[in-house]
Design a protein around this ligand. Structure first.
Ligand code: XMP
Length: 218
């Protein structure tokens, strides 16, 4: 089986539900992304449990955007719990991002967001600066770009220097983006939540369908 490029966005509150969805879909995933809903609903230990149960990398989508000391303190506990990657905002500045990079795991920087129209309001005008920051701060895990706008993924890909900077794209399914188009545009990974755990299709089937769709174009 080809290595997966699919990341499950596990945005549920409940521990048992999260573990069940993760177990059922794990065969078709590269990683699991946890966000505040699951952390506030089930506690930080859910990161440790998900890792034990699935053996997959865990991405903590905290979108950290604080002063360096606070970013560092939060990241330290989250990496200790077993997270392999933490997502941070770049707009708070280089020092705040570097504070997370000094931790046990890797850092992923948001360079552009997927939600219309908010994403265009403040972040899009500074995307070039955020890409510059990402190029300068390597090595780290990657950058986040919007699957909802494949042309922006292509643009970001064209501006990123070589050197292993991955592009992770949320916005597929519930937000209207297509996995295939994001990958064709240059995304390395596709992040999908509600389309997998919140539709009429059972989560395992939905994950398998996305895995196959992506496999057709890579
Ligand atoms: P859905 O259910 O819409 O979940 O497939 C998407 C997941 O990805 C997160 N998300 C984003 N994260 N930049 C990010 O860093 C974005 O532009 C973005 N858009 C969605 C969202 O919080 C959810 O976990």
């Amino acid at each position: 089986m080809r290595e997966s490029r699919l990341i499950l966005a596990l945005d549920v509150y409940d521990r048992e539900k999260a573990l069940e969805i993760a177990e059922r879909t794990a065969d078709y995933l590269w990683a699991i992304k946890v966000n505040w809903p699951l952390i506030t609903g089930s506690g930080l230990k859910i990161i440790t449990e998900l890792k034990q149960v699935t053996g997959l990398p865990i991405i903590a989508d905290l979108k950290l955007a604080d002063i360096p000391n606070t970013n560092r303190m939060i990241a330290s506990k989250v990496f200790e719990a077993g997270a392999d990657y933490i997502i941070v905002h770049g707009f708070v500045g280089r020092d705040s991002v570097e504070a997370v990079m000094g931790g046990l795991g890797k850092t992923i920087i948001v360079v552009e967001m997927s939600h219309p129209p908010g994403a265009k309001e403040f972040i899009q005008p500074v995307v070039d600066k955020l890409i510059e920051l990402a190029n300068e701060l390597k090595p780290f895990g990657g950058v986040i770009a919007p699957a909802t706008r494949p042309e922006r993924v292509s643009y970001i890909r064209s501006k990123l220097q070589e050197g292993g900077i991955k592009i992770l794209t949320p916005g597929v399914g519930a937000q209207g983006g297509k996995a295939k188009n994001a990958v064709k545009a240059g995304a390395d990974y596709v992040i999908v939540g509600r389309f997998i755990y919140g539709s009429d299709t059972p989560p395992r089937e939905a994950a398998r369908g996305l895995y196959e769709e992506i496999s057709e174009v890579v």
